[in-house]
Design a protein around this ligand. Sequence first.
Ligand SMILES: Nc1ncnc2c1ncn2[C@@H]1O[C@H](COP(=O)(O)OP(=O)(O)OP(=O)(O)O)[C@@H](O)[C@H]1O
Ligand SMILES: C[C@@](O)(CCO)CC(=O)[O-]
Length: 417
Amino acid sequence: MSSNIQFEVTAPGKIILFGEHSVVYGKPAIACAIDQHTTLTFTESYCNNQDLNTIPCRIILPLINYSGMLTIHLDAKPTFSPTTYFQETLNKLNKNEPFLNELDTLSGNEKKTLTVLHFIFGGILSCYMKQLKNVSFTIGITSVLKLGAGTGSSASYCVSLVAACLAYVKFKINSNVEIQFDPLLDDFHSQSGDNLLIIEAFTDNISFSDGEKCLINRWALLAENFIHTKASGLDNTICTYGTMVQYTKLNSHKLLEAPELKILLIYSGIERSTGNVVQSVRTKYNDDTYQPILDAIFNSIGQIVNSAVNAIDQMAQNPLQELQQISVLQTLMDMNQGLLMSLGVSHETLDAIVAILKKFDLHAKLTGAGMGGYAICLVPPNIHKSKIQTCMQELKIYGFESNICTIGCPGVRIQTK
Ligand SMILES: Nc1ncnc2c1ncn2[C@@H]1O[C@H](COP(=O)(O)OP(=O)(O)OP(=O)(O)O)[C@@H](O)[C@H]1O
Ligand SMILES: C[C@@](O)(CCO)CC(=O)[O-]
């Protein structure tokens, strides 16, 4: 076996500064990419598989203790519609029909995680590569992101998979490929607003175009829907594009000019599933007694996001106003945390973390789905180093590990070896 195409993809994790949960109900949110990444290593090998419609893959996922073989099945008549392909895969799974031998024997979480991988590689390669003979892949994915903690591990996983698959196509094709999307089947729009996407063959420039990022984001959202059931699209958008974004569901996103900001990430020690937490809010929302109250809470969080965007814009335009605007953001964080508590998505450990930080005049909120996972705290640029260190020590005494991260980092990237 001789190895051929080999590369690495990194996708950042994320924090939500303001607007988790309400974003699922159409309100705006602000998220930032962080300097903690998922790293995918892709290696192509030649093997003796003459079958044009299957690709044997070795998959190594240390974070879920999985290592094994998975056969990627290519669709002889691809739909070219990610949404249709997603629905077909979901229908097969929901009917509990035999799906793929290797997947059928796996436990719940492993099955979900590998189904996502098959969905992405099977779907994209069927559409854009058609037939592949005598190749096999090794795909290894590691991450410094904790699973189920609010820093977007699932979105980062999905984005890195889609980006790796698209990168493989771009390495493999000799000339550009034009993809015409059917607007009735799919709501894909390239940056130019039409339904034509050109996948550019990799030559010297090993990067993704705006249209390709749009495609990565689209497939990653569908993949996220396997893991979360119904994701807003915020997490995959920030993991794809990076920096800081203001996002409203179905209404695309706007990159914000992010000031240099540091965040303290504090881990509550509690792992939870984003899908379950989102479902618990949905159950309350579906109850007529609570729905008008939840609508009012979501509207208020939407207002908090608008004020935060304003403060961030002011900071970018006038650096002299930075401290004043940081103080506004801190107040908005307190308000957002209060509203998330009233939604029932905080946790006694998260409340304890917020209280410890308050002793140091610091302001914090949960980030991501809540009910565990991480809390975030804005680190004011003028804070004395010793104060933040004492605060981190105090958190440690209570059993909470914390670390400072930089926000506003770049999105998904490819590196050749
Ligand atoms: N590196 C990885 N290897 C394997 N599976 C992963 C990896 N990263 C994420 N996953 C999958 O994503 C799931 C965690 O997703 P979940 O949405 O619950 O948490 P999160 O993305 O960390 O939190 P949030 O969505 O609130 O930011 C894991 O259970 C696993 O199935
Ligand atoms: C809780 C939520 O708002 C953020 C999860 O990181 C869910 C979503 O946006 O899909």
